[in-house]
Design a protein around this ligand. Structure first.
Ligand SMILES: Cc1cc2nc3c(=O)[nH]c(=O)nc-3n(C[C@H](O)[C@H](O)[C@H](O)COP(=O)(O)OP(=O)(O)OC[C@H]3O[C@@H](n4cnc5c(N)ncnc54)[C@H](O)[C@@H]3O)c2cc1C
Length: 449
């Protein structure tokens, strides 16, 4: 049998969603994969400082769930065993949009899972740790990615071990899954290469989150609620989902200064001013299990590595290091898992000889555009708010009107509702909306409006 190995040692920086899933993809193609994580990792599903976003609602889209199951067969059962709450997509989460309070609830035939981010990460970590050739080095902060003297190729990383001593390790491939990607940018700078251009969408989002015990008399009409404000006047929204352990996690937030306070009373007052009373009514009677956690998210950022003429061989940024999306749309973890699947396919092509190993990063940067395109188009909807900073896409008014008419059609027609959710869950590209028959129907609605 032909060997699938393409290198001796791969190093992954960061044991978040991007790093863990990438390690799963690398394991078949390297003798050894070493993940470095700056945090000390908890054995339970608890928070850790390196991923402060984990204190907030983390919805796992169907595309992400499926990608995780492809990387780690049987992963959905792992989630179920971790106490994840199954949700019938289209039915169990009450969607409250202006004009639809609620949007028609229909069972569209799929199940997703609601579970805390630490529990998802722990389930993935367990899978990764079960690989004999993957080593997870916790409490080790990578300080620098090292390169050959001419900067053409990466040679390994320098890291600080748990005792505070600096050590180096050689690698044929370094995957930067550190979230911010600062080490990749620092390397490019140190070898005199240009940094990737960035497209940003400035949204100044403020999040606040509480965990609550689900009361015995909670509504049985829904398991979760998502409430949108009325754009462009009102940016306040909320998402409440069930978690393992019979709990709700309620996240509320707004933009450009209209952000929730960090105390319990202020949290409730802000929730009461959401466009509908559903979340407030539910949480005001529920027992709060922790304090209020806050998070500020200034902008979505897309780094255009694909536009660089040259890139050091043996280095690959992944996940948020390439693109960070407004978290309201719940896309980041799923995109990271889809990128790991893309990497897995690319490594197979390299092992099969159809792509030279030197082309790994350039090919990945080109191919990943198809993964990023739809979630980025979703993030661009933020231009519905006039204070959003950045380059408004061409014909944005038409895009907004198309979206409003499509939503109206989806409320009436379960098939269009299903298509909309397939796109929102990143199961189908946004180009699915260009189907001529659908376009005609949507235009008819627009004319009618
Ligand atoms: C408030 C908020 C809510 C969100 N909600 C959702 C949601 O509902 N659904 C969703 O899919 N996504 C959501 N996201 C996005 C999601 O959290 C990220 O997209 C996803 O975690 C990206 O994975 P990553 O591996 O790139 O980064 P991360 O998961 O952040 O992991 C980076 C890891 O690298 C480690 N690290 C960093 N530097 C070093 C170093 N020098 N050495 C060693 N280790 C290092 C960190 O400790 C961390 O463990 C949300 C984000 C935010 C901010």
């Amino acid at each position: 049998m032909a060997s699938t190995l393409i290198g001796k040692q791969a190093v992954v920086i960061g044991a978040g969603m991007g790093g863990l899933t990438a390690a799963g993809a690398l394991a078949n193609h390297f003798d050894r994969v070493v993940i470095f994580e700056r945090d000390t990792l908890p054995s339970e599903s608890t928070f850790r400082p390196g991923t402060p976003q984990a204190r907030h609602v983390h919805a796992l889209l169907l595309s992400g769930q499926r990608a995780l199951s492809e990387l780690f067969p049987g992963f959905e059962q792992d989630l179920a065993r971790a106490g994840a709450v199954p949700l019938r997509v289209g039915l169990d989460v009450r969607m409250e949009r202006p004009g639809y309070d609620p949007f028609p609830q229909r069972d569209l035939g799929w199940s997703s899972y609601a579970v805390s981010r630490p529990a998802i990460e722990r389930a993935v970590r367990r899978r990764v740790e079960s690989h004999a050739n993957i080593t997870l080095r916790q409490s080790c902060r990578v300080q620098e990615v090292s390169a050959s003297p001419n900067g053409a190729a990466v040679t390994g990383v320098r890291y600080e071990n748990g005792d505070g001593a600096s050590e180096t390790i050689a690698a044929d491939l370094v995957v930067d899954a550190s979230g911010r990607g600062a080490l990749t940018l620092a390397l490019l700078q140190s070898i005199g290469r240009p940094l990737p251009e960035e497209t940003t969408i400035g949204i100044d989002l403020g999040y606040a989150t509480c965990v609550l015990a689900i009361p015995d008399d909670a509504s049985t009409d829904w398991k979760g609620v998502m409430t949108f404000g009325q754009a462009p006047q009102n940016s306040r929204g909320g998402l409440m989902l069930p978690l393992e352990g019979n709990r709700w996690m309620a996240t509320i937030g707004g933009r450009h200064g209209d952000v929730p306070p960090g105390d319990a009373e202020g949290f409730l007052t802000y929730a009461r001013a959401l466009r509908t009373p559903t979340i407030y009514n539910a949480i005001s009677r529920a027992k709060r299990l922790n304090g209020v956690a806050r998070y500020g998210f200034p902008e979505s950022v897309r780094r255009h590595f694909e536009r660089l003429d040259a890139f050091p061989r043996g280095l690959l940024p992944i996940g948020d290091a390439i693109c960070r999306f407004n978290p309201v749309y719940g896309q980041g973890m799923s995109v990271a898992a889809l990128e790991a699947r893309l990497l897995q396919g690319l490594l197979e092509r390299i092992a099969g000889g159809s792509v030279p190993i030197a082309e790994l990063a350039p090919t990945f940067f080109t191919d990943v555009q198809t993964v990023i395109e739809t979630p980025w188009a979703v993030a661009q909807l933020d231009f519905a708010f006039p204070d959003t900073r950045g380059q408004r896409p061409a014909n944005f008014e038409t895009t907004l009107k198309f979206g409003i008419a499509l939503t109206r059609l989806a409320a009436e027609d379960p098939a269009v509702h299903k298509l909309m959710l397939e796109v929102q869950h990143l199961l189908r590209p946004r180009s699915a909306y260009t189907d001529p028959v659908l376009v005609q129907r949507v235009f008819a609605k627009m004319v009618h409006a």
